[in-house]
Design a protein around this ligand. Structure first.
Ligand SMILES: [Zn+2]
Length: 160
């Protein structure tokens, strides 16, 4: 939702189009419809789109339809995952001896890539000296669901 003044700015751009409501009540309905946009940028792009193809003023239903056709107008892009819904993670995992059962998993995404490479070469490089009895460790890349994912999506990925 955007505020009335922001929505009004974009609606006023339709003023030169045929059929633009002269009555304040009619304009208010257009503004109310435009307020359904998620942010000012979305409202601007709705108006841009309409003005680039239409000569007739939109009705409130036209604006609502345009908004529903634009996924980004409805849903704000998540700042964490940029709308992907998934976040890349790097993990240092420790297996229980001689199995692939996880003993521990440490998130090392915050480490620099150079440090991760360094750690990887310590574990697997030519100079790595596996000690008998030492727990096996590995570095894995994975993705985890972002908190912006819908509850349905989360339910599908839980328990993995
Ligand atoms: Zn997200």
């Amino acid at each position: 939702m955007i505020d009335e003044a922001t929505a009004s700015l974009q609606v006023q751009r339709f003023v030169g189009l045929r059929g633009f409501p002269t009555a304040a009540a009619g304009q208010r309905e257009l503004i109310r419809a435009m307020q359904g946009c998620v942010d000012a940028r979305a409202a601007q792009s709705i108006a841009d789109d309409w003005l680039s193809t239409e000569t007739q003023s939109p009705y409130p239903t036209d604006i609502r339809r345009k908004i529903s056709e634009q996924p980004h107008a409805r849903k704000a892009r998540c700042p964490e995952c940029n709308g992907d819904g998934w976040l890349p993670r790097v993990k240092l995992v420790t297996y229980k001896s001689n199995s692939f059962a996880l003993d521990a998993s440490e998130d090392i995404t915050h480490m620099t890539y150079a440090d991760q490479l360094d750690l990887r070469s310590k574990l697997h490089g030519p100079n790595a000296q596996p000690t008998p009895g030492l727990k096996r460790q590995d570095i894995l890349s994975c993705v985890v669901p972002c908190r912006c994912l819908s509850p349905t999506h989360k339910a599908l990925t839980e328990g993995r």
